[in-house]
Design a protein around this ligand. Structure first.
Ligand SMILES: Cc1ncc(COP(=O)(O)O)c(C=O)c1O
Length: 396
């Protein structure tokens, strides 16, 4: 590694990330060393407004005092307690989380990442239905591990590893007719993101999500919502699917739920949970008290600071501000709450780089969409500043 060329960067990690996201979209030569709320500072002391948030992870902001205190206090009390033994903070976290979820989803399985809980969902669906086929959406992203990779649409992620173990029928997202044609009595699971993240910030219609529920019921299949990116308050409701009032059999959460501490939760109905044979699934680190303490602090922050209403208001402000720029380079502004996608009529990599030059961090969602997923605590003034800087970039 050349320390001279990139004095602060961990190039071995960055190269892998850059390979996934494409050249120009990442900044391997900038090392971020400090954060506060929606702000980040690099090693040279430059300040940025963070509309990336570790890809929708830093939900309650960087250096959040309650989160930092919860982790630190828990670390000095107890960080190891396997799930076959009870633990006070885990119980408090799960009780607080259950309050945010539909009453039907009574059972909670904890793991350490998004892909991991999606893998768990797949196994539970197989156990509960005795079937193997999955219906998933084109442009969907379910993770990169070998089971759920089959439900990840992007061919460049999936095809090098085929044949994959799970048979998946891909349908056009938000197309009721295609969904009706694909779901059969052999379908184990309908797998959907209520808002597609990696696929370009596409919001499913309420009618589509409702029809998915009906089709699952009619065919004895299960309905799972992957809310790893859109859940945990990002869209202004704790679950994005709550906007449509559709209750799935399973929902997965990760990313923002721990505010930065690795966590994943699969919430299931009693009936589905009961189908897993004893010892059929488990994990060493899942449910560890440190992650539970972080999750509990995040839920308390969301509740006490009114972050759901704030995310709604800030998301509207961001979208309307960008629209008001009136740039003819913008094709469409999409999203819900603080999950915003701006589709341009051109490739976004140079625009993302220019935004970074202006001190605004964003990320792409496909080749032509810029994704804004800032911490839910971003202020009005920061949103206005993001819009102003974006305006300067688009006008250049
Ligand atoms: C919708 C969705 N599902 C699953 C995943 C995988 O989560 P993880 O990266 O924590 O494994 C992601 C990550 O971007 C995601 O956005």
């Amino acid at each position: 590694m050349s320390q001279a060329a990139t004095p602060h960067a961990d190039t071995s990690t960055i190269l892998r990330t850059e390979a996934a996201h494409g050249p120009g979209l990442w900044a391997p030569d900038i090392a971020f060393v400090r954060g506060d709320g929606a702000r980040l500072w690099d090693a040279d002391g430059r300040e940025y407004i963070d509309c990336l948030a570790g890809i929708a992870v830093a939900s309650v902001g960087h250096a959040n005092v309650r989160l930092a205190r919860a982790i630190s206090e828990q670390a000095s009390r107890l960080i190891v307690c396997p799930q076959n033994l009870g633990n006070d903070v885990r119980a408090s976290f799960l009780a607080a989380l259950a309050e945010q979820l539909p009453n039907e989803l009574t059972r909670l399985y904890m793991a350490n990442s998004g892909a991991e809980v999606n893998e768990a969902a797949l196994k539970w669906a197989f156990a509960a239905t005795g079937r193997r086929r999955v219906v998933a959406a084109k442009r969907g992203f379910a993770g990169r591990t070998l089971g759920v990779l089959a439900m990840t649409w992007e061919p460049k992620y999936r095809e090098p590893f085929e044949p994959l173990a799970v048979p998946v029928d891909f349908v056009r997202y938000d197309d009721v007719g295609e969904l009706e044609a694909a779901v059969t009595d052999e379908t184990a699971l309908i797998w959907l993101e209520p808002i597609q993240g990696e696929g370009g910030i596409h919001v499913a219609s309420h009618a589509y999500l409702r029809r998915a529920r009906e089709l699952a019921d009619a065919h004895g299949a299960l309905l799972a919502f992957d809310e790893i990116q859109c859940g945990a308050g990002r869209t202004g409701r704790f679950l994005a699917s709550a906007h449509a009032s559709v209750v799935p059999d399973m929902v997965t959460l990760a990313k923002g739920l721990g505010g930065g501490v690795p966590i994943g939760v699969l919430a299931l109905s009693e009936r589905v949970a009961a189908a897993m044979p004893t010892g059929g699934h488990g994990t060493t680190f899942g449910g560890n008290p440190l992650a539970a303490a972080a999750g509990l602090a995040v839920l308390q922050e969301i509740e006490e600071r009114g972050l759901l209403a704030h995310a709604t208001a800030m998301g509207e402000r961001l979208r309307s501000g960008i629209l008001a720029l009136g740039s003819d380079r913008v094709r469409e502004v999409r999203g819900l709450g603080l999950m915003v996608g701006v589709e341009l009529k051109e490739k976004v990599a140079p625009v993302i780089a220019a935004l970074r030059e202006q001190g605004v961090l964003t990320i792409n969602a496909g080749a032509t969409v810029i994704r804004f997923v800032p911490p839910l605590v971003i202020s009005e003034a920061e949103v206005d500043e993001v819009v102003a800087r974006f305006g300067r970039v688009l006008a250049a």
